[in-house]
Write a protein that binds this ligand. Structure first.
Ligand code: DC
Length: 221
């Protein structure tokens, strides 16, 4: 048996992070949330009043700071930034920040470095198509727009930052559009990805399916 690389991609609110985290715990793999890394750079840009469209300034910011992601924890220069990256302000700005080619180049390089360990579960938008092209297991996780908005709404309530449902829905629609129409590394399923729609799938059943898929790949590689 050999530990493998698992790539989980899909649109905002499909529950990728929750599923990826649970799967990693279950199979004792390392989990990396790549969306959190783009969010960390976006938070830095907002704090430094940098225009989201100013690619050279964003790249400079990236080069001057140290972003680290370790599953649950996201760090900037060694400091845990907690839920500050989950605000609606960051959610809106991040889809612009992550469109720049030089930003993506640097992030992809860093993500590949972080993935240089035995078993890895990495989630994002371009993991199976760009970052970990050689991942033995690629999953494209999706759900209906309404279900995804409901889940996002629950997360915001949990964080004590509720906003009207219509606003959550339009934010997700807006991000879907930006993520899937951008020129570089748009959100799309890899040809060799397994597509799972979890609109009506309870999380424990979803994790059972993922674990089964990992075990199959571990034994066939
Ligand atoms: O998964 P998330 O909502 O935390 O992602 C935040 C943003 O980052 C989202 O708008 C898409 C972008 N992203 C990306 O372009 N590539 C990734 N691998 C992960 C996230």
């Amino acid at each position: 048996m050999r530990k493998i690389k698992v790539a989980i991609d899909g649109p905002a609110g499909a529950g990728k992070s929750t599923a990826a985290k649970m799967l990693a715990e279950y199979v004792h793999y390392k989990y990396i949330d790549t969306g959190a890394m783009y969010r960390a750079l976006t938070l830095l840009a907002l704090e430094h009043n940098i225009d989201w469209n100013d690619e050279p300034a964003l790249v400079k910011l990236f080069d001057e700071h140290n972003i680290d992601q370790n599953g649950v924890t996201t760090l900037i220069d060694g400091i845990d930034i907690g839920i500050d990256i989950r605000t609606n302000r960051v959610s809106r700005a991040v889809s612009i920040v992550c469109r720049h080619s030089q930003v993506r180049e640097r992030m992809v390089k860093l993500q590949r470095e972080l993935a240089q360990v035995g078993g890895i579960v990495m989630d994002g938008r371009d993991i199976g198509t760009v970052v970990l092209l050689d991942a033995e297991l690629k999953i494209f996780l999706t759900a209906s727009l309404e279900k995804r908005a409901e889940r996002r709404m629950r997360d915001l309530i949990k964080m004590g930052k509720p906003i009207p449902f219509d606003e959550v829905l339009s934010n997700i629609e807006y991000r879907d559009k930006l993520d899937s129409t951008r020129k570089i590394a748009p959100l799309k399923q890899a040809d060799d990805a397994i597509v799972i729609d979890n609109s009506e799938l309870p999380i424990d059943e979803e994790i059972d399916i993922f674990v089964e898929l990992v075990r199959e790949k571990e034994h066939s590689n």
